[in-house]
Design a protein around this ligand. Structure first.
Ligand code: SAH
Length: 230
C-alpha cells in the first residue's frame, strides 16, 4: 500500500512535469501556417518554430494559449515576444550555419532557443537577475545549451565578438555604439528602436566597415534599460 505522502508527491510531480505532447506539435503546425499567412517565408525559421515547445517557456496558467500568435507576461514584468515578431526578426538576420549570434534580452529564452535550434552559435545577455537565474535553470532542463550571460546588453560581449548577427529583443532608445562595433564585416543587426512603439531597424555593416540602416515597420517591445539589476 502506498503512503498518502507518496501519492501526494506523485500527483505533484505529474502536475509539474511539463511535457511536449502530440497536441502541442499540432498546435505548433497551426501556428506555422498562421505565420506563413502573415508573410514569413524562411523555411528554416518556420521549421525551428515547429520544433521549439513554446508552452514550456511560459507560466502554466498561459499554457493553453502558448501557440496563439501573442506576447505573454513572464517573470520580472517582462514579456515573451509574439511568435510573428520572433519569426520576423530571425528571418531578417538571414542566418548561415557558421554564424555567431548575439541576442540582447534573453527573457524566457524562447527566441534564443529558436536560434539555437537553427544550428548557429548563440550568446544571449539578460539584465534581470531573477529572470536570468530562472531561464538558465529551464534551459538546462530542456538541454538548450547556448551561452547565457547576466549583464548589460548596451555593452555587448566584446570578448566573444565580433558577431556575424546581433538581435535585440527589447526596445532600444538608440542603436548602441558598442553593438555596432561588435558587428562583424558583412554582419546584420536587427533592433527595434524608439520609446513606446519601436521602428524595427536592420543595421548592416558592409565589407569596408560602412554602416547602413533600413526600416522594417512598427513593433512594440518592453524597454531596453541600462545596467544590470540585481
Ligand atoms: N527574447 C525574449 C524577449 C524578452 S523581453 C524572449 O524570447 O522571451 C526583453 C528582455 O530584455 C527582458 O527580459 C529584459 O529584462 C531584457 N533587457 C532589457 N534591457 C536589457 C539590457 N540592457 N541588457 C540585457 N537585457 C535587457
Amino acid at each position: 500500500m502506498l503512503s498518502s505522502d507518496f501519492m501526494c508527491f506523485i500527483t505533484y510531480f505529474a502536475l509539474t512535469m511539463k511535457q511536449d505532447l502530440p497536441r502541442h506539435k499540432g498546435q505548433r503546425n497551426q501556428l506555422v501556417k498562421e505565420l506563413i499567412a502573415k508573410g514569413i517565408r524562411d523555411t528554416k525559421v518556420l521549421k525551428a518554430i515547429s520544433i521549439v515547445p513554446r508552452h514550456l517557456f511560459l507560466d502554466s496558467s498561459f499554457e493553453a494559449y502558448a501557440y496563439q500568435d501573442k506576447a505573454f507576461p513572464i517573470a520580472a514584468d517582462q514579456t515573451i515576444s509574439q511568435p510573428y515578431t520572433v519569426a520576423f526578426q530571425t528571418e531578417l538576420l538571414q542566418l548561415k550555419p557558421t554564424d555567431k549570434v548575439l541576442e540582447i534580452g534573453t527573457g524566457s529564452g524562447y527566441q534564443a532557443s529558436v536560434l539555437h535550434q537553427m544550428g548557429v552559435k548563440v550568446y544571449s545577455i539578460e539584465r534581470q537577475k531573477e529572470l536570468f537565474d530562472q531561464t538558465k535553470m529551464l534551459m538546462k532542463k530542456l538541454g538548450n545549451n547556448f551561452i547565457m550571460k547576466y549583464g548589460d546588453g548596451f555593452a555587448g560581449l566584446p570578448t566573444y565578438g565580433p558577431f556575424e548577427k546581433i538581435i535585440v529583443t527589447a526596445g532600444a532608445p538608440r542603436i548602441p555604439e558598442k553593438l555596432v562595433e561588435q558587428l562583424a564585416l558583412n554582419g546584420r543587426m536587427v533592433i527595434p528602436v524608439g520609446s513606446g512603439t519601436q521602428e524595427m531597424k536592420l543595421v548592416t555593416k558592409d565589407e569596408k566597415g560602412e554602416v547602413h540602416v533600413e526600416n522594417y515597420g512598427s513593433f512594440r517591445f518592453v524597454p531596453m534599460l541600462s545596467n544590470r539589476n540585481s
